[in-house]
Design a protein around this ligand. Structure first.
Ligand code: NAI
Length: 469
């Protein structure tokens, strides 16, 4: 029997790889996927985006029942938490979604290989081989290989992960009980989202951040507003600080924190280190094959092809923000381009969302970036305080900011701090993707009363025409 040769083998079934595999199968390719986890979906579904959102939603409900119901005239006995049940609901959500991917693989005729994939070179005909290490070792042959192995948490040498006391997001998504005091190192996406979960569930949460502001790279006013809101909720911050080390004392952890104003010790029960992620390239055979890296990231061309013909890479492995939707988009575009379609990722229109409360969502340029680039722009802003629906919801923290070209009014960036900003940003992305202007948003009828009216008012404010400002 002749050896089976696939058109494409994808290494890694995260949001980049699994989406690419399905799209490739839809396009008629014979596709195999190599995945080392027992469940599909990668970090995003198993220990990232999905479980964190499940816990953010559960903890938000608890917080509402405990702190906000009475304001709406609803009296309930003080609620209690069953962390075990909360965790099993989260796991159930994850399982349904990861099973869903396995189902889609079957439906699309995709072959799955369980184990760790490693690039093992190509034969004289340019057929690539991927070795699969696992319970059923195998070698998969394919004309093209797409590497989509994602990233892993960065470790701080002074604070090595021990899986118990000093942990990454993986463990912080599964604490068996609410810690008394959680120290979070890094005021970025993971730190603020998981810090919010445990804060709402009753932990004291202190965030130690190296920079003078949160969520590096975000709009400055959004970052400041978010910090104010989180402080109101009880989150504590030590800014421009680093943790230099940790020791155990009387059953507690004591972190040595270095700040510009001097050093301090912080006693806590758990330390979540969330200082960024790095591409997962080790053990893939990347160096052996001479695949080019730039500061740890795989270098690819416009087709997502590496310098080794037939080997492609997407997602967290390559340049750009480490976001699930960016990886998925690249996966689709990569395989469509393999088939000669003129697909492109619009890198100027990739939204970013921090799922705190209020949520922070943005797309396009920040005001800081426009100033730095010397671009002439107009800004419009509208506070949720003036939005009827936000008042009904009792969620008036935050604002919408629209940045538009001075001449012509084309939208350059939209930044939202507020309730359900994660959903509202979709309109901003759509308008920007079509090259739309602030006036296009302003001339669009928005249902009343909705939160989205705040976006329209901010767009009107670009030309100082907001009605409710
Ligand atoms: P991040 O890059 O968002 O934030 C890391 C923060 O840690 C930065 O503010 C940085 O200044 C700070 N930092 C770095 N070294 C430090 C040190 N030694 N001491 C104190 N602070 C330090 O990284 P994070 O939160 O770990 O997330 C990793 C990746 O996952 C991000 O690239 C993000 O794109 C992605 N992610 C996205 C989410 C979303 O879209 N909602 C949710 C979670 C993660």
């Amino acid at each position: 029997m002749s050896e089976e040769i696939f058109d494409l083998v994808v290494i890694g079934a995260g949001p980049g790889g699994y989406v690419a595999a399905i799209r490739a199968a839809q396009l008629g390719m014979k596709v195999a996927v190599v995945e080392k986890r027992s469940a599909m979906g990668g970090v995003c579904l198993n220990e990232g985006c999905i479980p964190s959102k499940a816990l953010l939603d559960s903890s938000e409900l608890f917080h509402l029942a405990r702190d906000r119901f009475a304001h709406h005239g609803i009296e309930v006995a003080p609620p209690t938490i069953d962390v075990g049940r909360m965790m099993s609901r989260k796991e159930d959500v994850v399982k349904k979604l990861t099973d869903g991917i396995a189902f889609l693989f079957k439906k699309n005729g995709i072959s799955s290989f369980a184990g760790e994939g490693r690039l093992a070179g190509a034969d004289g005909n340019g057929v690539h081989r991927v070795e699969v290490k696992g319970d059923s070792p195998a070698t998969v042959s394919a004309h093209k290989v797409l590497v989509a192995t994602g990233s892993e948490a960065v470790e701080i040498p002074a604070l090595p992960f021990d899986g118990e006391s000093v942990v990454s997001a993986r463990e912080a998504l599964s604490f068996p009980a609410v810690p008394e005091h959680l120290l979070v190192v890094g005021g970025g996406y993971i730190g603020l989202e998981l810090g919010s979960v445990w804060l709402r569930l009753g932990a004291r949460v202190t965030v130690v951040e190296m920079l003078p502001r949160l969520v590096a790279g975000s709009d400055g006013q959004v970052a400041d507003g978010l910090m104010r809101s989180l402080k109101k909720q009880g989150m504590e911050f030590v800014m421009q600080a680093k943790v230099a080390g940790v020791e155990k004392r009387d059953g507690k952890l004591v972190a040595r924190v270095e700040t510009e104003g001097g050093n301090q010790e912080i006693e806590c029960d758990k330390i979540l280190v969330a200082v960024g992620r790095k591409p997962l390239t080790a053990g893939l055979g990347i160096e052996e094959l001479g695949i080019r890296l730039d500061r740890g990231r795989v270098v690819v061309d416009g087709e997502y092809q590496t310098n080794v013909p037939g080997i492609y890479a997407i997602g967290d492995l390559i340049a750009g923000p480490m976001l699930a939707h960016k990886a998925s988009e690249e996966g689709v575009v990569c395989v469509e381009r393999m088939k000669g379609e003129p697909s492109l990722v619009d890198y100027g229109c990739i939204p970013g969302v921090c799922y705190t409360w209020p949520e922070a969502a943005s797309v396009g340029k920040t005001e800081e970036a426009l100033k730095e680039e010397g671009v002439e722009y107009k800004a419009g802003r509208f506070n949720f305080m003036g939005n009827g629906r936000a008042k009904c919801m009792d969620e008036t923290d935050g604002f919408v900011k629209v940045l538009a070209e001075k001449e012509g009014g084309r939208v350059l960036g939209i930044h939202i701090l507020g309730p359900r900003a994660s959903d509202m940003i979709a309109e901003a992305v759509a308008v920007m993707s079509f090259g739309g202007s602030a006036e296009d948003i302003a001339l669009t009828v928005h249902a009343h009363p909705t939160l989205s009216e705040a976006l329209r008012e901010a767009a009107l404010d670009v030309d100082k025409k907001a009605i409710h400002a």
